[in-house]
Design a binder for this molecule. Structure first.
Ligand SMILES: NC(=O)c1ccc[n+]([C@@H]2O[C@H](COP(=O)([O-])OP(=O)(O)OC[C@H]3O[C@@H](n4cnc5c(N)ncnc54)[C@H](OP(=O)(O)O)[C@@H]3O)[C@@H](O)[C@H]2O)c1
Length: 214
């Protein structure tokens, strides 16, 4: 598959590299056409990797990952362009974290709304699937970093889109994937971040994950 990655941070880089490793072609997008980190990543990642603007990556991808800072995701997606995203599966990995007042960050949206829903409302023709935002990016792309059984969550309004994302997650090694229902479930997965951040402080490591026991 051709996949567009919006974002040049650690998440975009980790997902881009993993997607290439499992056989896809990936274009990494940013605000500028020649972002230094994107150029470096593409150079190191071989012929299946390329880079460009957010719009270039969105147009390229059959599936697109939003790996931008949550506070600017709507702006990044606007730059990517509704027409370039139309009808496509958009995997929203972002968390609406505001670091402007220091640590710990606060959620810019919660309880009655979520970033996943804001994105779905702003781009009604895009099939938004919220996924992978509840673990560190090293765990996202290599679940065996955390031993034993542990879970990934998906939610979104389009069943087929969730199936496609689930297939990609399985190719990363995810075995336990819980479908939480429509995109309003993003409220819950985004609101896991305050406890996730506390746990990281407690364990002094980001290499852990949630496991649902029943
Ligand atoms: N770190 C993790 O392990 C982890 C785990 C789960 C979820 N997440 C979430 O994943 C997302 C990506 O995290 P990250 O640490 O890799 O990257 P990040 O630093 O949060 O975001 C980097 C991206 O945001 C873009 N950006 C910054 N300001 C912008 C603006 N004003 N307008 C448009 N785009 C702008 C940057 O564009 P340029 O490329 O042009 O600079 C860059 O591509 C975040 O939402 C984060 O909460 C992170």
């Amino acid at each position: 598959m051709r996949i567009g990655i919006l974002g040049t941070g650690m998440v975009g880089t980790a997902l881009g590299s993993k997607l290439i490793q499992v056989g896809h072609e990936v274009k990494m997008g940013s605000r500028s056409a020649n972002n230094e980190k994107a150029v470096k990543w593409a150079k190191e990642s071989g012929p299946k990797a390329s880079y460009g603007t957010f719009a270039d990556a969105a147009a390229f991808g059959e599936m697109v990952f939003n790996c931008t800072a949550g506070t600017v995701s709507l702006a990044a997606l606007a730059a990517a362009g509704g027409n370039n995203l139309k009808g496509k599966v958009l995997v929203d990995v972002a968390n609406p974290l505001d670091f402007s007042k220091g640590m710990p960050p606060t959620l810019t949206v919660c309880n009655t709304d979520s970033l996943g829903e804001q994105i779905q409302r702003a781009f009604p023709n895009v099939r938004v699937v919220k996924a992978l935002n509840t673990m560190n990016c090293a765990v996202m792309v290599e679940p065996s970093v955390v031993p034993g059984e542990h879970d990934a969550f998906v939610c979104g309004n389009d069943r087929q889109a969730k199936d496609q994302v689930t297939e990609v997650l399985r190719s990363f090694g995810w075995k336990w994937i819980i479908d939480l229902g429509d995109i309003t479930a993003a409220r819950g997965t985004e609101m896991l971040l305050p406890i996730w951040l506390r746990l990281m402080g407690h364990y002094q490591s980001p290499n852990f994950n949630f496991k649902i026991v029943r």
